[in-house]
Ligand binder design. Sequence first.
Ligand code: ADP
Ligand code: ZN
Length: 604
Amino acid sequence: MQEVKKPKKPLIFYYTLALAILLVFNLLAMPYISARQVKEVDYGSFMTMTQEQNIGQVEVLDNQIVFTDKAEENIYKTGRMDDPQLVERLYNSGAEFASEIVEETSPLLTILLYWILPLVLFIALGQFMSKKLMDKASGGPNSMMFNMGKSNAKVYVRSSDGIRFSDVAGVDEAKENLAEIVDYLHNPDKYRQIGASMPKGVLLVGPPGTGKTMLAKAVAGEANVPFFSMSGSEFVEMFVGMGASKVRDLFKQAKEKAPCIVFIDEIDAIGKKRDGQLGSNDEREQTLNQLLTEMDGFEGNSGVIILAATNRPESLDPALTRPGRFDRRVPVELPDLKGREEILKVHARKVKIADDVDFGRVARMASGASGAELANIVNEAALRAVRDGRGFATQADLEESIEVVIAGYQKKNAILTDKEKRIVAYHEIGHALVAARQTNSAPVQKITIVPRTSGALGYTMQVEEGDHYLMSREEIENKIATFTGGRAAEEVAFGSVTTGASNDIEQATKLARAMISRYGMSEDFDMVAMETVTNQYLGGDTSLACSAETQSKIDQQVIALVKKQHEKALGILRENREKLDELAGFLYEKETITGEEFMNILNR
Ligand code: ADP
Ligand code: ZN
């Protein structure tokens, strides 16, 4: 879509334009008008016409004679000569003596009519236009501070190269939901007739980079209506009241352009719960109030649809989500396997790519990646191809790009010491071996032990577990055991431990804690929730809701649970000590091992 710049032509432009039009008008039109009215002929012609009795009306003036032909079609004039028989001859020719055949206009009136009047008209027009522009720029007549209350929303107009639904892949449910809005914008009467009104606001919720902004643009693109886009944080300004004024201005613009889509990104920046605490942000609250007022202020069928995106739906003020405001919520989740494949294909259309690329395989390897990350993976692959001087990207480019996007670039100058490299190899194999022995299947796609710019010393590409919505207690326990497997391998092989397991420890603890406090998988607490998730899409923070006494009990149980799994992992590795050494040796040597190679060695 194209962004439209507001017209910012200076005043002088309009005046010059007016003057130019005026001059052209006078030059072209004036002689034409006069020429049509009176034809000047010589006295001879006049005499001939008199003799031929071809004179209709005649008027003899002081210094000229004005006359018409018999049919009174044309008016002629000629200079007056000293001609004593003039009147007699005219009388004989049957001419009719008349007065004021041509209405004589005074020169003053001519000037007034042809020069001053248009000038006045054009100046008035110029003034009117400039006033309109000033109003627009200052956000209405009652905004006193120059430009500060202006909404500065990005406005996109309809255009054929806008984003369409086909550009957004893997979010079919969301698309289906929004298709109704598109249909409404195309054909509002269908809905009005039956008395149905569209929701005024639709909230798109989901993790970052899943295509919420894209979806909003696609709705505008499909419906072929203007698209106003603004981020929630742009409303919040230094000065109290400015945000509210921006909201007002945005809605004023939108109503003028209806039907249209207004998109507010990161709405949580203004829509946070108003908690009434001391020192809470006054400006934000006023902005939110103004938004609520505006949403109540227009009719459901006015054709303005407000889309908003957030990744913290739980932090929104309930007033914002109640019916009549953002009463529809469209989840935009991370893509599943099929979705990832589709997204990769959509983005691969934009780059040159080898014909034999297996997108399904790449999608499987990029488990957990968001749409934005997948877009980035395709782009990285293309960049890699350019770096290698090739004309198209290959499967290998894509696979390497997954690691680049998720784990960062390879750190060229961070050389692990020999001892470190050996420890990392054992650690990573430890995870994989524990996982493989528990499930009897390939636990990983690939392990590499090349340091990455993100700080990771090794990178394990997990296998896609399939879409699966329930986890049994055993599965979670196995997962915890797998997390502890890295550290356990260090202990088994070297008898000492390193800091390399800090992330594993965090993850294992989180899982164990959730089992006890949220999933009701402990003996003592039965089905009582001790914690609630407060931040579903951003890391999943939780807040405790129990007594201090219970808390310490939870802590004890978490410790016991993790300890048990750690023991289990140690047991598995001790039993498979030979395989551990062999696999770690292979990884140390080659720096990379695929799931296939791993299983081959394990099952030898
Ligand atoms: P959000 O608003 O959810 O944070 P965006 O809509 O800004 O995410 O997406 C960022 C970029 O990621 C898009 O420009 C697009 O290239 C890519 N992307 C994300 N989701 C998808 C998807 N479902 N299909 C295709 N591309 C996507
Ligand atoms: Zn680890």
